[in-house]
Write a protein that binds this ligand. Structure first.
Ligand code: E4P
Length: 222
C-alpha cells in the first residue's frame, strides 16, 4: 500500500519524509490556502517546492469548474514537474478534462468521489488515481469503508488499472481496513501516519526494557 501525506505544509512533508516510508503527497485548495498561498504563481511555486522534496506523485488540484478551463490549468500544473498529478473534481466537466489529460499522457487524480459509480466513471475516463473520501462519508453516518470495498470489487472484476486512493482519512483504523480490502494507496494527515506506528503496549514494554537494561548495566563488572 502506498502512503501519501495529505498536506501542503513543507515542515509536515519533511517530518513524514524523514520516516522513510512516504510515497507521495496530496494537496487540495483548502490545504494550500492554509499555507497562505492565495496567489496563483505562489501556489505553483509551492507545488514545485513539494516536488523537489519527494520523488513520488504530488497531486495538485485545479481550481476551475469548466472542462476547458481545467484543461488549461491542468496543463500548467503538469508542466511544473514530471511528478505532478492533476487533481480534478469528479463532475461531468471533470470527467471530460480527465479524459483529455489521459489522451495526452498527463496523469490525473479524480477527487471528491463518494460513490462507486463515480469511481467507475473516473476509471473509464482514464484517471490514474480515484480519491474516495471515507471520513467525510462517515461524518454523514454513511460507511466510508464500504465505498472502498465496492470500488475494490468493481475494479477487480474488470482488471481496472486506476489506483484506489483512500482519502479523508481520520484514523489508523481507516488505513488498516482499507489495506485489508487491498486499496492501492492512502493519503493521510501526519498525525495518522505517526499513529500507525504507535501502540501503548510498545511504549510500556519499552519502559520496562529500559529499566531492566539499567539493572543489567549496573551488574556489569569491568
Ligand atoms: C482530498 O482532496 C483531500 O486531500 C482530503 O483527503 C480530504 O480530507 P478531509 O475530509 O479531512 O478534508
Amino acid at each position: 500500500m502506498k502512503f501519501f501525506i495529505d498536506t501542503a505544509s513543507l515542515s509536515e512533508i519533511d517530518d513524514a519524509r524523514s520516516l522513510g516510508v512516504l510515497d507521495g503527497v496530496t494537496t487540495n485548495p483548502t490545504l494550500i490556502a492554509k499555507e497562505g498561498k492565495r496567489d496563483y504563481s505562489e501556489f505553483k511555486d509551492h507545488i514545485k517546492r513539494i516536488c523537489q522534496m519527494i520523488d513520488g506523485p504530488v497531486s495538485a488540484e485545479v481550481t476551475t469548474l469548466k472542462a476547458s478551463e481545467m484543461i488549461v490549468e491542468g496543463e500548467e500544473l503538469a508542466a511544473i514537474h514530471k511528478n505532478v498529478i492533476v487533481k480534478c473534481p469528479l463532475t461531468l466537466d471533470g470527467i471530460k478534462a480527465i479524459k483529455y489529460f489521459s489522451s495526452q499522457g498527463i496523469k490525473t487524480n479524480a477527487t471528491l468521489v463518494f460513490s462507486p459509480s463515480q469511481a467507475l466513471m473516473a476509471a473509464k475516463a482514464g484517471a490514474a488515481f480515484v480519491s474516495a473520501f471515507v471520513g467525510r462519508l462517515d461524518d454523514t453516518s454513511s460507511d466510508g469503508i464500504s465505498l472502498i470495498e465496492q470500488i475494490v470489487q468493481i475494479f477487480r472484476n474488470y482488471d481496472i488499472e486506476t489506483e484506489i486512493l483512500v482519502d479523508s482519512v481520520r484514523n489508523p483504523i481507516h488505513i488498516v481496513q482499507a489495506a485489508l480490502l487491498g486499496a492501492d494507496a492512502a493519503t493521510m494527515p501526519l498525525k495518522v501516519l505517526e499513529q500507525l506506528a504507535l501502540h501503548p503496549l510498545t511504549a510500556t514494554g519499552l519502559d520496562q526494557f529500559v529499566q531492566d537494561a539499567k539493572v543489567i548495566q549496573r551488574g556489569v563488572k569491568h
